[in-house]
Design a protein around this ligand. Sequence first.
Ligand code: CP
Ligand code: NVA
Length: 298
Amino acid sequence: MKHLLSIETLAKSDLETILADSVGIKQARGQHAKLPLAGQTWAMLFSKSSTRTRVSFEVGIRELGGQAIFLPASEIQLGRGEPIKDTARVLGRMVHGVVFRTFAQSDVEEFAQYASIPTINALTDREHPCQILTDIFTFQEQRGSIQGKVVAFIGDGAGNVATSWAFAAAKAGFELRIAAPKAFQPPADLVQRAGGKIVLTEDVKAAASGADLLYTDVWVSMGRESESAERVRQMSGYQVNAALVQVARPGALVMHCLPAYRGKEIDEATFESNAQTIFDQAENRLHVQKAILSWLVR
Ligand code: CP
Ligand code: NVA
């Protein structure tokens, strides 16, 4: 039984397979020779808001021949306290796979353990594995292999997106520089587990200097709203803007997983001048989700 629970637990060879398959799946949109989800129904269990992940999976499941049912956690008994493991055992008997967005990473892991159906982490507080697969795919589509390149992550270096980037560094062979205030840098044990070349710094210009990719995510992730004022105060110097683009490698890409908060993690002008790449990245969520789904059911 295959799952996609994290980049940490995804084998390097599987990461490579998903990225390679995404190329052909994108090209073949609308004319897929095989429909690997034919006859299947997948549940989309979401405890947090979503635009891209929700729509890309719903459309992707349909385009691969399956059906998707959207289950907001607040509208099923899970939201009234039914345990994850019971929800998992029920859904496991009715649907063929689940796409699960929630808070605790342990909830997705417990779901996978009890449901006995392929389970996809569609974002937890710990990781956002589908996003990082798309990000690497998008970089490689536009700039060739990411191996040996320098990725500068600016902002909330301890969030789910940064953490998935950290676990991807060794597997995809790029250097990751994380520029964040000390309180928002990933813990040392995580960096050690990730291996590879990861540099942590409070010096945002040093991180961006000569980088091939400038990347950022929101300063206030879902579930962290009560920390909003403190996060904005601490991260205010960690913005992707013209000054950073200037020190990056000429032609460096600027990417954002979205949603974007202008004036916070990125300024309006930098966002709009890189909108083509950022919305290619958003579109690619669809193609890469289809590669993930196809890999899971093989
Ligand atoms: N980037 C991303 O996962 O967006 P959504 O929260 O809209 O799914
Ligand atoms: N780090 C963000 C990602 C949103 C796609 C969050 O968790 O809200």
